[in-house]
Design a protein around this ligand. Structure first.
Ligand code: AMP
Length: 216
């Protein structure tokens, strides 16, 4: 299954994508994760991307499209993939359509996780991630048993550099102006599904599976 996950920063795309990866055995492709890795590795691409990411702005389309083009040619995408954080604007969505059209593998579903705007700030400022295994927590809603330590692997938890109030405000603005129009874009293509992203994580996951059926 070829799936695009849409939703504001903090809507839970990463968390739900990881759960789907386990079940569907297809990779999660997160441009945010790829860019953070490039920043951490200090590559030229990472250096270019960092200034945009620190400000909460979108990295130029040419950079992320280049990353996605390469990634979609990896053999593990043969049976499908979950795109998380890409596309972020209509021009990226058009590029993706043309890329997948060339490969003869169009998208099956664009799924929006819909979360009230007022919930997002707390979700993002409270977000913590395990450095070792990527497991996600929220210090307000789903804290680890021991502060700063991952329940799953004991790894150290960290807070993303862009999860501070000022940058979050900018990211939410960018979402509304650039990314939200994708909802109409995919609705017009007839592949949009909407799931309410509030409440228990497992309950949200079950709603996602219902929406993906019978595609899954
Ligand atoms: P994310 O982890 O998806 O929240 O992305 C973190 C940051 O990486 C964003 O605020 C952008 O600066 C950058 N980024 C991630 N994906 C994209 C994309 N598809 N297009 C442009 N910038 C992106």
């Amino acid at each position: 299954m070829r799936l695009v996950f849409l939703g504001a920063p903090g809507a839970g795309k990463g968390t739900q994508a990881k759960m789907l990866v386990e079940q569907l055995k297809i990779p999660q492709i997160s441009t945010g994760d790829m860019l953070r890795k490039a920043v951490a590795d200090g590559t030229p691409l990472g250096k270019e991307a960092k200034s945009y990411m620190d400000k909460g702005e979108l990295v130029p389309d040419s950079v992320v499209i280049g990353l996605i083009k390469e990634r979609l040619q990896e053999p593990d995408t043969e049976n499908g993939f979950i795109l998380d954080g890409f596309p972020r604007n209509v021009s990226q969505a058009k590029e993706l359509d043309s890329l997948l059209g060339d490969l003869g593998k169009p998208l099956d579903v664009a799924l929006v996780l819909d979360v009230p705007f007022e919930d997002l700030m707390k979700r993002l400022t409270g977000r913590r991630t395990c450095k070792s295994c990527g497991q996600m927590y929220n210090i307000y809603f789903s804290p680890p048993k021991v502060e700063g330590k991952c329940d799953v692997c004991g790894g150290e938890l960290y807070q993303r550099a862009d999860d501070n109030e000022e940058t979050i405000k900018k990211r939410l603005e960018v979402y509304q102006s650039s990314t939200e129009p994708l909802i109409e874009y995919y609705r017009n293509k007839g592949i949009l599904k909407v799931v309410e992203g509030t409440g228990d994580i497992n309950a949200i996951y079950r709603k996602i599976l219902v929406q993906l059926n019978p595609v899954v």
